[in-house]
Design a protein around this ligand. Sequence first.
Ligand code: AMP
Length: 385
Amino acid sequence: MPNSGAVRVVRSLGSTVYNRRWCDEGPVAVISGEEDSASPLHHVNHGIISPCTLDAGADAVVIGMTRIPVIENPQYFRHGHSCNKPATYVQHIKRRDIILKRELGEGAFGKVFLAECYNLSPTKDKMLVAVKTLKDPTLAARKDFQREAELLTNLQHEHIVKFYGVCVDGDPLIMVFEYMKHGDLNKFLRAHGPDALILVDGQPLQTNGELGLSQMLHIASQIAAGMIYLASQHFVHRDLATRNCLVGNGLLVKIGDFGMSRDIYSTDYYRVGGHTMLPIRWMPPESIMYRKFTTESDVWSFGVILWEIFTYGKQPWFQLANNEVIECITQGRVLERPRVCPKEIYDMMLGCWQREPQQRLNIKDIQKMLFTMMKAAPVYLDILG
Ligand code: AMP
């Protein structure tokens, strides 16, 4: 394990830009990309961590007019080629086997399409997939793409979106994922909230049907299951939020975004310097102040996910500007109890938002509590009226 204090800049899951300095206690993430005197984050460096400047050379990905600094993913290095782990074989898919059908969304790294893919499954001639594209990659971006593909190949769980492989013969580079019919969870929550109406020719027609308590608990417990798996792999996600989860048939929910995009939800991120984007509204005080990301900081984010679920997809601290959010969180304020949230669930959120990381609930305990509440859900529903 490197321990020299040298800073490396590589890509990260969750597409946040991090520099990382390895220190005696192990890795400490530093988000500091560029000098930014206006950034309220600047004064919180405490010795071990200091701002450093990103090199615009090999460490940057240029997509269109945007230069995206290459970001660190510590997992690549802990379990990467240099360790004694067997090499990962990423499946390669032929370009002629991928037929694009329509655009699903757009991210910082390129567009996401619904596509048909041939010869992917031994039982089916073709199947629907979601493909993420990366246009005009630099050499560094290609390498980075390969590493991310290796990482995704190794992450396999029923509540992590399935990664099928890559297509790298020509441009754009493509990553192929399972298609999740109902898209991202944030959009889904908003579409199933009290204010959601289906518009036909601009006229409100009907509602989608509001999510009930047992459905909300079911969604939360599936994300918790995915997180238990990530923690078992010593994997810190750093960007858990409903926008990064996907919804399939039968209310199946999976953690689905490992860092390809953050454009459409750009207001959820706080720009530090020119390029660094931080999901501050989902971050605990130690991540905001010291750039420390751990399984415990993921648990804090899970508390915020619970809040998002019970507000039908509202943005945390929607009434506050980013600098006010930073002030609030670092001073110890927490989000208020949503209107439709039972006390037991708000208590769980508070358990995720303990200031001391060690005092926070453990994700396995959270899942157990969610299961217990699910069994009792009809009773809660009565109370909620
Ligand atoms: P992303 O680049 O991952 O943020 O994706 C942009 C948008 O594309 C998301 O907000 C989703 O609505 C959609 N999307 C991404 N991945 C999938 C998928 N596997 N299945 C269905 N929709 C997806």
